[in-house]
Design a protein around this ligand. Structure first.
Ligand SMILES: [Zn+2]
Length: 335
């Protein structure tokens, strides 16, 4: 019996201490290539063909990472790994397209914030990216193997594939959850982009952020409005009575609204009150204003939860990408 006890203790020690240690050890970002490797035209000295110069904000330095490895780190960071395989493949192709557009070796412009880098790992500037060690922390030891192998398979099976419009890589915008429709690019950022058109996006209700109810005290609402527009004339007791939606977007969200004596954009209003989306309604609830919001994110391009719903209904990653990006082609290219 004692012997079995030792074996069990050893086994637990192996699973809990040794295995994660081995994984974390093998999960450090790839070190910069040593001088003497094949240098790509336009790339920094010592950067190998096929590697992406990634600026990692936490390390404050650039690491050179093989492009497909980089894509795996983006997919792991940007999409829930529990999603359907075809949705994960769609995200992989979008992530790869994003880097191709900025990849100096492929004629791209690089990351505008970090000289010498193709991309950075700041999701508000380029794309989020995590190491295998961070994936282990995010998913835990019991889900790590399953999720990593899904991502690995989705990236390997789409290797080299990118999204093109008129022969050029697109800006593959995406967001979390729609209200049932996506947005025309010009309704959100004023710029017309032919492949970023409003399309239907059913099945979004499965998202935990499909519906948001947010209550904000009236005086806080007034203070925020006055801080943003100091010359705003508004009834401080009942500000919401002087709000009116003037224009709705093709995707059914608030495009333009009247706020007292001002005409403001739905996107400005969303940002001011930190609402989940521009599909919002308001009502008075005692001393608060109650906002009801549908969807999460800017609404332009691919909806991740919509993509997952399509995948569950049998769509392929090509179907998903062609649905959310109008008039595009998916092609395999060699760097
Ligand atoms: Zn960047």
């Amino acid at each position: 019996m004692k012997k079995i006890g030792y074996i069990v203790i050893f086994f637990i020690f192996f699973i809990v201490i040794v295995v994660p240690g081995l994984i974390v050890k093998s999960c450090r970002p790839v070190s910069p290539e040593k001088p003497g490797g094949q240098t790509a035209p336009g790339a920094k000295q010592g950067q190998k063909v096929g590697t992406v110069a990634l600026y990692i904000n936490s390390l404050k330095r650039i690491e050179n990472i093989p492009v497909e490895e980089y894509v795996k780190g983006v997919v792991a960071a940007e999409m829930p790994a529990s999603f359907g395989m075809e949705a994960i493949k769609a995200q992989a192709v979008a992530a790869r397209t994003y880097v191709y557009k900025r990849w100096v070796q492929a004629g791209g412009s690089g990351c505008s914030l970090h000289p010498g880098a193709d991309v950075c790992d700041d999701p508000t500037h380029c794309q989020a990216w995590i190491t295998k060690g961070e994936m282990l922390k995010k998913w835990g030891i019991f889900s790590y193997y399953h999720y990593y192998s899904k991502i690995n398979q989705s990236v390997n099976s789409t290797a080299g594939m990118i999204i093109l419009y008129g022969g050029e890589p697109i800006d593959p915008l995406f967001f979390s959850t729609s209200n049932g429709k996506t947005e025309n690019s010009e309704d959100v950022w004023e710029k017309y982009v032919p492949y970023l058109r409003s399309v239907v996006s059913p099945g979004e209700e499965t998202s935990p952020r499909f519906l948001e109810i947010k209550q904000i005290p009236v005086d806080e609402v007034v203070n925020k409005l006055r801080a943003k527009w100091p010359d705003l004339a508004i009834d401080v007791k009942n500000p919401e009575r002087q709000w009116k939606v003037l224009q709705t977007s093709a995707g059914g969200r608030v495009k333009i609204l009247q706020v007292g004596n001002k005409v403001v954009k739905g996107t400005e209003f969303r940002q001011l009150f930190d609402l989940n989306s521009t599909d919002f309604k308001w009502a008075r609830a005692g001393g608060n204003i109650k906002f009801t919001c549908v969807g999460f994110g800017h609404g332009v391009g691919m909806s991740q939860y919509g993509a997952n719903a399509m995948a569950k209904n049998g769509a392929t990653f090509v179907d998903i990408l062609k649905h959310y990006y109008t008039g595009v082609e998916i092609k395999k290219i060699t760097p």
